[in-house]
Ligand binder design. Sequence first.
Ligand code: SDX
Length: 365
Amino acid sequence: MKEVKKGLEGVVALDSQISFIDGVKGILKYRGIEIEKLSDLSYDAVSFLLIHGKLPNAEELENYSLELRNERRINRRLLDILNFCDFENESMDALRTAISVCAHFDEDSHNISKEANIRKTTRLVARFPTIVAAFYRLANGMEIVDPDPSLAHGANFLYMLRGKRPTEIEAEAMEKDFILSAEHELNPSTFALRITASTLSDLHSAIISGLCTLKGPLHGGARKGVMEMLDEIGSKDNIKPYIQERLEKKQRIMGFGHRVYKTYDPRALVYKEIVRKVAVEKGDSHWFDLAEQIESTMYQEFVENRNKPIYPNIDFYSGVLYKDLGIPSYLATSIFAIGRVSGWIAHCLEQYADNRVIRPRAHFV
Ligand code: SDX
């Protein structure tokens, strides 16, 4: 038996044409295009790119956007189930249950042919935001807001959540959030759902594996942890004691460090600029200033005491963005999933297209 790599660190498990990451230089490309360029496109275009392997031309984009907008509504029985279950403000439990219910009503549910998977793709990508917004409004005793087909993916989500249209800058921020979250190679949730797909289980089941894995605080759940940390720290005076106390207890600071990036996560850099813009528009930079100070304190702590720097990952400034958009922390992980679903589907399609069941070995001790 060869050497065991704990956490599969550095293990290359498969070939993929979806993402390229250079963790030393801090480069991320979806299908060969830098994330910085992609963040200026629409989520629909990036979703098409991930799923179909190329950017859409004008006609393809118009058709895909139209299909997505036509599929945004969720049915009454799903709303009843969301209303009936007491999810105790755990939006990932609600989303996981909702996707199971969607499978129940999907005529292609058990069909894993390419054509059926493409049909299901549109329905899944279109309905994730509607489910999260509906859950939020039901949990808070508010009327459901129907999707607005005239609004883009990000703007429509904020509209369904709040019941009023976002500003242009808020809409841009939400759109970029979905794009930056859309895909990241063999991260834990994507790996989990590729294993599910490799058994030739169906798309909804694979997506549910992804949701269950994204939820954990060391993965997508860190975004919620960042928001809670910002509240707990509250003011600049508390940053150093908060960080030092946790590091002494060998606890993790949410939103920092990464298995692959040894430098600044390129997505965090894009996020930082969006958060700055939103803060300027609001005329309130409290959370942004606090976040920058946390970032520099973490950097100093690590350089001084561990001889290596540490940088924010995607979950740090996205958590700050949600604070500025007035989004509660219990929605954070499910909003990550709204973006990530396109990348997840791309990986399922890639797995089905050239499949061998994923089954590694354990070293018996
Ligand atoms: C995501 O993989 C992906 O691509 C995921 C993702 C995606 O888009 O899908 O990028 C999304 O999941 C981002 C990560 C979100 N998680 C967090 O923010 C939680 C906090 N981060 C850490 O727990 C950690 O950095 C991980 C989980 C992100 C990475 O874990 P590793 O690679 O197993 O690293 P490690 O835990 O073994 O840490 C290595 C060293 C340790 O020190 P030593 O024991 O070697 O001295 O770095 C230290 C750790 O103590 N360290 C931290 C830390 N991150 C690393 N110490 C305190 N706080 C941290 N956040």
